[in-house]
Every structure is written in structure tokens, then in C-alpha cells.
Design a protein around this ligand. Structure first.
Ligand SMILES: *Cc1c(COP(=O)(O)O)cnc(C)c1O
Length: 400
């Protein structure tokens, strides 16, 4: 007979074990494997079990012995995932959402009419679109600003500014913003700095260490890492009134991630350093060759020493990631022809998985896009860099 699983399994009230204590002295790769894993699993399993139950037993005295009541409130796999992400981002606490956009927009859902947001003008288009079409009618004021221009950011601050929101590097132009300086501006105006760290991941960038108040991720990308789990998370630097309000939102408004997606996302974390370093090496090689190609106008990748954002990126990040974009000579038609001619790259949105993807970003972003019409975004996967390079270069030179 299996023995009673005992009260320790999946319990949040577990004391940190030896691994957690030793982690303070260990390298980043070790952290990705062990961070936040302080629970004892049933049957002493090494890997996290998947608990699909949406409801949990009450004891005769009415309490919940394991702290779990109902799926929308909290689930074991969600808690495990949140603990890992809080630890990796060096934050006080994390809360997971059903998607990256649900996480990013939760930040604005605790604002009040008349509150003002400064948004970097190169940001994931879904964030600006939702602020313009959905939050504006609710009375949230918005300024879209070139956040690389510190004076422009200063000038856009108002008495009602609550949030400066940046994504660095940004999507799809790979702009890099100075998190430390932007935090100083935010804090000197009584506002918060929110940083979307999806493209850098905690492997390459720790925004909370640079002073940011909240970090946001679409875990659909590098964190889950396999193109098979939608999800998002917010991590806070320290507990606050805003955090208390934000952390209630999944339960209150219902955008909770499923246990399976949390489990898949946690499962991606230990292999992230290996995957991302390999992908980033390939991306640098491919971007360097494309930068010299006669059919390429411009490559946007902070890893290239000639990139205007290279110096800041090298200071703020320890790697440059596997996403870059480039503009094709010959306009939109030439860009479309290139995307149509690849054989190894797949025409699809997203990034962070093993398969390399290419997309014409303006088509995805719709009529309001400010992305150049001849721009293609590339997400380098885990195939051989030389195979990918050959595929892209021959697509670029395919006859009209
Ligand atoms: C994909 C993405 C999002 C949105 O995440 P979803 O999981 O698709 O909702 C937000 N920010 C960035 C930087 C992204 O790449």
C-alpha cells in the first residue's frame, strides 16, 4: 500500500530546504533547475506532479489543511510556478495569469479614472491597443513616448502619472530602454516602473535588481519554451498596496492559468539557460551575416556591436536573445516574397520554442501598426545555425 502522503506535500508552509539555502551561493543554471522547488512531492517524486483538481477538501473544523480551496483561487501547480518565477526574478511574490496579455493588462486594471500611464512607443502592440481601445474609455490617460529619450519621458510625466511601462528589448524593433534611469524618473514622480521582461528572461536581465517595481512576462515564449503553453506572470519587487490589489485579480476577474499550463511552464524553466544560450548564439551568427547581405536594409538586434542599443544592452543584460528583425530591400512585396520562400523557418507568430519562426509583423499588427511594412521578425530556434542561415539567405535572393 502506498503510504499516506502526509501534510507536507505541496504545502506552502514548508520551511526552505537545504537546496533553497544553498542556492544563494550557486550559479544561475543551478537556480533555473532548483529555484523555488522547496516542496516535498507525493511518493518523493523528483518531478512535480500535475494536480488537476478544481476543488479541495475542507477539514471537519472548516479549514483547508493544505491551503487550497478552489481552482480559481489557487492551485498547487500554479503556486509552484509562481514560487519559481518570484525566485528567478528575485522578487517578493508572483501571480500567474492565463496569458501574457492578461498579466500585462492586470497592471492597468488597478488604476482609477484620471490616472496617467506613460507607455514606451515600441511595445508589444497588444498592450498599446488595449490601452487605447479599452482603458481610455474607462478614463485611463495614455502618453506614448520614445522611452529611449529620457528627456521626452521626463516631459511626459504628470501629477497623475502612476506607471511607466516599458518592454526591453522591445517587440518587434528590439529597442532597449534604460531601466535604472526610467525607474529614477518614475520614483521621483511617485510612479512605478513596470518592465516586460519576456524577450530577455531572468537569465539575461533582472529588472527588479535595476529598480523596477514589477516585472511582467508572457511565459508563452521562452519560459515554457515549447510553443505549447499560453501563460503570463507578474512579479513584484516588494509587497505594496498595489500588489495586494493586483494579486487578487486572477481570482476576482477569472483570468487564471490552468494547472496543466502552469505545470508545462514550470517544466520549461530548468532547460531555459541551455535553450536560450544556444538560440542566442545562432541568432547572433545569423543577424551578423544578414547585416552584410545586399538585400537587407537594416538588422535590428542589440547583440550586433554596430547596433545603436548595443552599449546599453551590454550594460543591462548578460545576453541578447534569439529574436531579431530586419527590413528587406524592395519594400513589402520583397519582404512577403522572402517569408513565402523559406523552407526551414515556419511562417508563424511567437518565439521561444525549438522551431524557428518568421513573420511579417505589420500583417499581424493590423492597420494601426507603425512597424515598417518591409520588416520581418525572426525567432531563432534550436536547429543548426548554418541550416537556418542558408534557408534565410536563399529566401532573400529568391527571384521575383
Ligand atoms: C507575446 C507577448 C505578450 C503577450 O503574451 P500572450 O501570452 O500572447 O498573451 C506580451 N508581451 C510580449 C513582449 C510578448 O512577446
Amino acid at each position: 500500500m502506498p503510504r499516506d502522503l502526509g501534510p507536507a506535500c505541496f504545502s506552502d508552509c514548508m520551511k526552505p530546504n537545504r537546496i533553497e539555502k544553498a542556492l544563494c551561493l550557486m550559479g544561475l543554471d543551478t537556480e533555473f533547475v532548483h529555484a523555488g522547488q522547496d516542496s516535498v512531492y507525493p511518493y518523493d517524486a523528483i518531478t512535480e506532479p500535475l494536480i488537476l483538481s478544481t476543488t479541495f477538501k475542507r477539514a471537519p473544523d472548516g479549514t483547508y489543511p493544505f491551503g487550497y480551496e478552489y481552482g480559481r483561487t489557487a492551485t498547487p501547480n500554479r503556486t509552484e510556478f509562481e514560487k519559481r518565477m518570484a525566485r528567478l526574478e528575485e522578487g517578493a511574490s508572483a501571480t500567474a495569469f492565463a496569458s501574457g496579455i492578461a498579466a500585462a493588462l492586470a497592471i492597468f486594471q488597478v488604476l482609477r479614472p484620471g490616472d496617467h500611464v506613460v507607455l514606451a512607443d515600441s511595445t508589444y502592440f497588444g498592450v498599446s491597443e488595449a490601452l487605447l481601445t479599452h482603458f481610455s474609455p474607462w478614463g485611463v490617460e495614455l502618453s506614448l513616448v520614445n522611452a529611449a529619450d529620457i528627456r521626452a519621458v521626463e516631459a511626459s510625466m504628470r501629477a497623475q502619472t502612476r506607471i511607466i511601462f516599458v518592454e526591453t528589448p522591445s517587440n518587434p524593433l528590439l529597442s532597449v530602454y534604460d531601466v535604472e534611469r526610467l525607474t529614477d524618473i518614475a520614483h521621483s514622480h511617485g510612479a512605478m516602473l513596470v518592465c516586460d521582461n519576456t524577450l530577455a528572461t531572468p537569465l539575461f536581465q533582472k529588472p527588479l535588481r535595476l529598480g523596477a517595481d514589477f516585472v511582467v512576462h508572457s511565459t508563452t515564449k521562452y519560459i515554457s519554451g515549447n510553443h505549447d503553453a499560453q501563460g503570463g506572470v507578474i512579479i513584484c519587487r516588494e509587497e505594496s498596496e498595489q500588489w495586494t490589489a493586483i494579486r487578487r485579480l486572477p481570482e476576482l476577474l477569472g483570468a487564471v492559468p490552468s494547472p496543466f499550463n502552469c505545470w508545462l511552464s514550470s517544466r520549461g524553466i530548468p532547460t531555459l539557460p541551455c535553450r536560450l544560450r544556444q538560440q542566442s548564439l545562432s541568432a547572433l551568427r545569423i543577424a551578423s551575416v544578414l547585416a552584410e547581405d545586399s538585400n537587407v536594409e537594416c538588422v535590428f538586434y542589440p547583440g550586433l556591436p554596430r547596433s545603436p542599443s548595443h552599449e546599453l544592452a551590454a550594460r543591462q543584460m548578460s545576453g541578447f536573445g534569439s529574436v531579431f528583425s530586419f527590413t528587406v530591400r524592395g519594400g513589402e512585396a520583397a519582404a512577403m516574397r522572402t517569408a513565402a520562400s523559406v523552407r526551414l523557418f515556419q511562417r508563424a507568430t511567437s518565439f521561444g520554442g525549438p522551431e524557428s519562426l518568421i513573420e511579417h509583423r505589420a500583417s499581424v499588427e493590423g492597420s494601426a501598426t507603425r512597424t515598417p511594412r518591409n520588416l520581418l521578425r525572426v525567432a531563432v530556434g534550436l536547429e543548426e545555425a548554418d541550416d537556418l542561415l542558408e534557408d534565410l539567405v536563399s529566401a532573400l535572393h529568391s527571384a521575383p
